[in-house]
Design a protein around this ligand. Structure first.
Ligand SMILES: [Zn+2]
Length: 290
C-alpha cells in the first residue's frame, strides 16, 4: 500500500470520548512501533492500540524530547514540565491540566507501573507533531516529515487472507476498523456489531456513512466491493456491500441498519451459502497488493 503522510494522517486514531478503561478488554494490540525524531525507540512497555486509540508511554516520550516527568505514587498524579509548560493529570481519571487550564483527555492507563496516554495527547500537550502510519503500525512523533520508514528496519504489516472460521474471531464483535476501498483508496471507519455467517457492521459516524454512499455512486447498494480492513495489528482482505438492512446498534450515524463484510468462505443470510460475486471481490482485495 502506498503510504504518504498526507493520507496516513487522515486515519490517525482519534481520541474516543466515551472510552473507559473497563471497555478495553478486546482489540488490544502490542505490535506498535514508535519513532521519535526519526529514530526507532524501544520501550519496556510497548505502545498499543486499544479500540482504535494508540497509547504511548508518556514518561519515555516526554524524556526523549527533554521534558521532566514526576510521578506521585500516592495520588497517581503525573506532572510533566518543559520550559514554561506544565502539564498534570491523574492516571485513571479523565482530563488533564495544561498551564492551569483544564483540557479534556481520555483517562491515562496504568500498565505494569507505566502511564500510557493517547498519542494525540502527546501532540496537544507537548506541542509535538504526531502522525500515524497504518502500513508500518508506527506512531511518528516530532520530526514526522523526514522519516523513511522503509529504512528503519520496521516490519510492514502484511495483508492477510483469512478464512471466515479464523476471521470471525480475529475481528470480534465490538471492534472498530478502518476500511480502505481497493478501487479508489478512500477510507471510512466501521464497527462490527453482529454476525455469525459474516461480519455485520455499521459505519461509525454519519460522515463514514456518507463516504460509503459516495463510493457506491450516490446510493447504497448490494453490489460487492473489494476492501482492506485494518484494526490493531491486522490488515485483512475482505469485501462488502453497503445496503442498510435489519438490526442496528449505532443510532447516530444516519444509517438505518447494518451492512455485511465478507471474508473468504463466509456465507450470506438468506440461504447460508457462499456468494460468488462477494468471494471474487475478497480475492480482488487479496490480489490488490495493498
Ligand atoms: Zn449481514
Amino acid at each position: 500500500m502506498k503510504s504518504f503522510l498526507a493520507t496516513t494522517l487522515l486515519i490517525m486514531p482519534a481520541m474516543h470520548t466515551l472510552e473507559t478503561p473497563t471497555a478495553q478488554a478486546h482489540s488490544v494490540s502490542h505490535h506498535v512501533n514508535i519513532v521519535i525524531n526519526g529514530k526507532v525507540k524501544q520501550f519496556e512497555n510497548s505502545p498499543f492500540i486499544s479500540n482504535g486509540t494508540t497509547y504511548v508511554p508518556i514518561r519515555y516520550v516526554s524524556e526523549t524530547v527533554g521534558a521532566k516527568v514526576k510521578w506521585d505514587q500516592k495520588t497517581k498524579g503525573v506532572t510533566i514540565t518543559k520550559e514554561d509548560m506544565n502539564i498534570s493529570f491523574v492516571a485513571g481519571q479523565r482530563g488533564a491540566t495544561i498551564n492551569g487550564q483544564k483540557v479534556d483527555m481520555p483517562s491515562a492507563q496504568l500498565i505494569k507501573g507505566t502511564t500510557m496516554v493517547p498519542l494525540r495527547f502527546v501532540s496537544e500537550a507537548l506541542g509535538l507533531e504526531v502522525a500515524w502510519d497504518a502500513q508500518y503500525k508506527t506512531a511518528l512523533i516530532g520530526d514526522t516529515n523526514l522519516v523513511e520508514l522503509e529504512t528503519l528496519g520496521l516490519d510492514e504489516v502484511k495483508l492477510e487472507v483469512l478464512d471466515w472460521s479464523v476471521a470471525n474471531n480475529a475481528f470480534p464483535i465490538g471492534t472498530e476498523a478502518t476500511v480502505t476501498d481497493v478501487e479508489t483508496g478512500r477510507t471510512f471507519k466501521v464497527k462490527r456489531t453482529y454476525g455469525a455467517n459474516h461480519a455485520d457492521s455499521e459505519p461509525l459516524t454519519a460522515s463514514d456513512a456518507q463516504v460509503m454512499k459516495e463510493l457506491w455512486g450516490g446510493s447504497y447498494s448490494w453490489t460487492p466491493r473489494a476492501i482492506i480492513l485494518e484494526f490493531g495489528d491486522k490488515k485483512l482482505a475482505a469485501a462488502m456491500h453497503s445496503f442498510p438492512h435489519s438490526v442496528q446498534k449505532i443510532t447516530n450515524n444516519g444509517y438505518n441498519g447494518h451492512f455485511c463484510i465478507h471474508f473468504q468462505n463466509s456465507t450470506r443470510h438468506k440461504d447460508g451459502r457462499i456468494q460468488q460475486s462477494m468471494q471474487q471481490k475478497v480475492q480482488e482485495a487479496a490480489n490488490s497488493g495493498m
